[in-house]
Design a protein around this ligand. Structure first.
Ligand SMILES: CC(=O)N[C@H]1[C@@H](OP(=O)(O)OP(=O)(O)OC[C@H]2O[C@@H](n3ccc(=O)[nH]c3=O)[C@H](O)[C@@H]2O)O[C@H](CO)[C@@H](O)[C@@H]1O
Length: 356
């Protein structure tokens, strides 16, 4: 049997890449030739090259909602990127293009459509990002993480499946996690994840409260690139990293509580691991507000407590931690009952069934 070819795309932040990696790891390599198209220097390049999938870099512009000179330059880059993507796709002749969204995916989708290649897209957030808003018109099938997202896409080709979580993240060992961190089991572990790029305001609030927080917790702080604080190196009960890869599963297995941004992948991972969470979403000033809606949805379902960044102080953070700790078992029960977990298998099945 000859192999089929699949091209993945998506990038800009890790949130548009880690679900693709989850799927890639589950596909049967005997059946599929796997390739990736991303931007020339986005985070996706590093993450995909690490797993040894052939990577093709194209030009990609930021998609802005307003018109200005930069926007025109970006439009030019999207057109250029589309030409580049078309050239790669013509050579690879894939049976399917799978997109996780992000700016770079738009030229790839347009090029794939022009070559009549079937396209699947997955939307992780409650409301679609601009890339997927555009891509929906060209796609064959659309999958979503949130039930609430269905309404934004054509019903006939949309299926709610949840979030395709990397299997490896679910099988960490708490002992290994503690060993790696040099932490013990007598005090709970609080992990802080500021999204794949870090979160300055959360980093500040945590560091301001460190004396207080380390009284009750051992702290793992995933603070994002260039955000390490050298003054805090070697501090007892506090461990900071820019970004962790393989070790994350063990760290999360050892974690009792998280403080997180409202990025969809991260919060669905914590849900699957049933770790109670405080979500501090990106504000409307810094984003389109998607994380606020993600956080609201999780709070309504009883999976998380939402704390708005505008209300974030050392005191409100301590209060939020107390509240979640007090109702810990209720959060865990709700998460247990949510029945998340099959999205990855659904996607692998749908991909395997594609016919050209
Ligand atoms: C700033 C921005 O645009 N954020 C968006 C981006 O988030 P962002 O890329 O920050 O993403 P997510 O929280 O969705 O995903 C982050 C991923 O990186 C992993 N991770 C993180 C830190 C670390 O040290 N190691 C590690 O492996 C997490 O486990 C997770 O799988 O995409 C998400 C999904 O569309 C959106 O919901 C977010 O609004």
């Amino acid at each position: 049997m000859s192999k089929k070819t699949i091209v993945f795309t998506g990038g800009g932040t890790a949130g548009h890449v880690t679900p693709n990696i989850a799927i890639i790891n589950e596909l049967d390599q005997e059946k599929w030739d796997i390739k990736y198209i991303g931007s020339k220097q986005g985070i996706e390049k590093e993450l995909i090259e690490k797993i040894n999938v052939p990577y093709y870099g194209i030009r990609s512009g930021k998609l802005r909602r307003y018109i200005d000179f930069e926007n025109l330059v970006d439009m030019f880059r999207v057109v250029k990127g589309t030409h580049e993507a078309r050239r790669v796709l013509k050579k690879l002749k894939p049976d399917l293009v799978f997109s996780k969204g992000g700016f770079v995916s738009v030229p790839v989708i347009i090029a794939a459509k022009s070559l009549r290649i079937p396209i699947f897209i997955h939307e992780s957030d409650m409301t679609p990002g601009l890339a997927n808003k555009i891509s929906q018109h060209f796609s064959t099938k659309i999958f979503t993480s949130f039930e609430e997202t269905k309404q934004y896409f054509p019903a006939a080709k949309t299926t709610v499946i949840g979030s395709p979580i990397r299997k490896g993240i679910l099988t960490g060992s708490p002992e290994e996690g503690r060993k790696f961190l040099g932490f013990h089991s007598a005090k709970p572990i609080l992990t802080i994840m500021g999204g794949s790029l870090g979160a300055r305001r959360i980093n500040e609030a945590v560091r301001e409260s460190l004396d207080n927080l380390t009284k009750s917790y051992q702290i793992v702080h995933l603070c994002g690139k260039n955000n390490l604080d050298s003054d805090l190196e070697g501090r007892e009960g506090y461990f900071q990293f820019e970004y962790v890869n393989e070790e994350l599963a063990d760290i999360l297995a050892a974690t009792n509580l998280v403080i997180t941004r409202g990025g969809s992948n991260a919060i669905f991972e914590f849900l699957a691991l049933q770790i109670p969470m405080i979500i501090i979403p990106l504000t409307r000033k810094q984003s389109r507000g998607d994380q606020i809606l993600n956080a609201q949805s999780f709070e309504e379902k009883g999976f998380a407590l939402k704390l708005e960044e505008e209300d974030l102080t050392a005191e409100s953070l301590a209060e939020a931690l107390d509240q979640v700790n007090e109702k810990r078992s209720t959060y865990v029960e709700k998460m247990k009952a949510s029945g998340q977990g099959s999205a990855l298998d659904v996607l692998v099945r749908e991909i395997d069934n594609i016919q050209r």
